[in-house]
Ligand binder design. Structure first.
Ligand code: NAP
Length: 247
């Protein structure tokens, strides 16, 4: 028996990177997992196959979560498919790094819509079914940049700080309904998002990390699984998984 047997999870941006690792970890514990992607269908299908190899059900759903109708449609699709949704992991995220002098309105809007507004859209959509079943685990993937700020990431840091604040308010409202809402703030983690950073900058970043290494997606995923499976009395928290880069 897995600790998440018969639970249904949705991981936005679950096709690759941290989202894929989260989907696999939840599947490992017995959850049936829906993964969402925006453009990378092949990677999403590959992740779904890996989920099924763990003996649970997988569902692949294309949706751009920055668009409110699509984000809400995604939640509806999962509830219609499985009859319930117990664990919502808001993981989809993008960067459009530029200093404020060069940042465009489009760079600002794209990051805020994708990283922050999407969280509101999916949470508002899932609430009726979580309230009805008097159970829910909502886990939002923020970033240490939302706590500390970062040069060239004013849009990204605003979106990730917003996630933390949203998490605390939602947690206060929903605690009495046995719905927990928490945020995880990863440090620099080995995915394609980090690979976009030039190598010489990556070396400088390493010097800033007390543990002198980047995080692994699996290390974030295990924290999500802990909150989903064992975090019954944890709500409104931001859990830092960052090698000490922000304390
Ligand atoms: N990597 C890090 O160092 C780091 C550190 C702190 C926090 N984080 C956060 O962790 C989360 C995952 O990051 P990652 O590094 O795994 O990123 P990644 O490797 O770039 O993967 C991003 C995922 O999000 C999906 N996605 C992007 N925009 C989307 C949209 N509008 N609608 C639906 N899905 C969308 C992508 O799907 P497609 O391939 O289909 O576009 C992909 O599955 C993000 O929220 C990120 O901000 C990452």
């Amino acid at each position: 028996m897995g600790r998440l047997d018969n639970k249904i999870a949705l991981v936005t941006g679950g096709s690759r990177g941290i989202g894929r690792a989260i989907a696999l970890e939840l599947a490992e514990l017995g959850a049936n997992v829906a993964i969402n992607y925006r453009g990378g269908k092949a990677e999403a299908e590959e992740t779904a196959d890996m989920i099924r190899e763990r003996g649970v059900k997988a569902h692949v759903a294309q949706a751009d979560v920055s668009v409110k109708e699509q984000a809400r449609g995604l939640v509806k699709e999962v509830v219609d498919t499985f009859g319930q949704l117990d664990i919502l992991v808001n993981n989809a995220g993008i960067t459009r790094d530029k200093t404020l002098k060069k940042l465009t309105d489009d760079d600002w809007d794209a990051v805020i819509h994708t990283n922050l507004n999407s969280v509101y859209y999916t949470v508002s959509a899932v609430l009726p079914s979580m309230l009805e079943q008097n159970f829910g685990r909502i886990i939002n993937i923020s970033s240490f940049v939302g706590q500390a700020g970062n040069f060239g990431q004013s849009n990204y840091s605003a979106s990730k700080g917003g996630i933390i604040a949203f998490t605390k308010s939602a947690a206060q409202e929903l605690a009495r309904n046995n719905i927990t809402v928490n945020a995880i703030a990863p440090g620099f983690t080995l995915t394609e998002m980090l690979a976009q950073v030039p190598e010489n900058i990556q070396e400088k970043i390493l010097d800033r990390i007390p543990m002198r290494r980047f995080g692994k997606p699996e290390e974030i995923a295990r924290t999500v699984a802990f909150l989903a499976a064992d975090g019954d009395y944890i709500t409104g928290q931001q859990i830092n998984v960052n090698g000490g880069v922000y304390m």
